[in-house]
Design a binder for this molecule. Structure first.
Ligand code: URA
Length: 261
């Protein structure tokens, strides 16, 4: 009978009933939990974060993790762990990885007349001439030649992108000495957004602590933005000083001075 032959054949290929694997005990709960968290899609892979912070290639960083030398929030991390670099505290051999080896960050008080570039084609002094030559650093964002104030220089590309990219919304605060003093309407326009040739500006924080002196906080990084905004409301800028980048302020740095962060 065909069905008898069929069922015999099926029986011969039927998988054996799985028996519990006696040699592999169930993983301890904390390991299961770590596996689950490693599988979560959010966050960045730990080895990628470490590699991005100068601890070596991803392979080398995987070995650091494998060797149990990396902790996240005080617990030894397992390979595949994901972290949020803004929230989680990552350490290698007990040393925080927030400050990356080989990476430097300078906060410079840029004087007027110095250009924000690594090399000027017209031979003018540049901001990189004002800080140590080695390791080579680059400016984060730019200030116009005539603008004074705080500028970050670094060799840390990841940080530079976080600070400079408008997507991250890092505030930059300026003091502007302008021609004339602004009435309520002009202040409101600056606050709500001004139409410039490259589009309307995002809402800004603007106050006039004394007539003709503005405190302006923006988070976009458009070319000559503050100057163009003030010009657009009829009060051209006569002097512009950046006094804050995100949380960074420093009223004690003289023009041309810098400090390491
Ligand atoms: N806005 C300007 O107009 N100039 C700068 O240098 C920075 C912001």
């Amino acid at each position: 009978m065909w069905w008898r032959r069929w069922s015999t054949a099926c029986a011969s290929i039927r998988r054996p009933t799985p028996v519990p694997d006696q040699r592999r005990p169930e993983k301890p709960l904390w390991e299961q939990w770590a596996d689950q968290s490693a599988a979560l899609p959010q966050g960045e892979r730990l080895q990628k974060v470490l590699a991005g912070r100068g601890w070596g290639s991803r392979r080398v960083c995987e070995e650091l993790i494998d060797a149990g030398r990396v902790t996240v929030n005080g617990e030894v991390a397992r390979l595949g762990r994901r972290v949020d670099p803004d929230v989680d505290v990552v350490e290698v051999d007990g040393a925080p990885v927030g400050v990356k080896p080989g990476l430097v960050h300078y906060l410079l008080n840029k004087p007027a007349g110095v250009v924000t570039t690594a090399k000027d084609t017209h031979g003018r002094p540049t901001v990189v001439d004002l800080v140590p030559a080695e390791p080579r650093v680059f400016p984060v964002g730019r200030l116009d030649a005539e603008t004074e104030g705080l500028l970050l220089l670094t060799n840390d590309g990841e940080l530079a992108n976080r600070v400079a990219h408008p997507r991250h919304g890092v505030e930059k605060e300026y003091l502007a000495v302008v021609r004339g003093h602004l009435n309520g309407g002009a202040l409101r326009r600056l606050r709500e957004g001004v139409d410039l040739d490259d589009g309307r500006t995002a809402p800004a924080k603007v106050s006039q602590p004394e007539p003709g002196m503005l405190r302006i906080t923006i988070h976009e990084g458009r070319n000559r933005q503050v100057r163009r905004m003030c010009e657009a409301v009829g009060h051209p800028v006569e002097r512009l000083i950046r006094v804050r980048i995100g949380p960074l302020r420093d009223g004690a740095l003289a023009p041309g001075e810098w400090r390491e962060l």
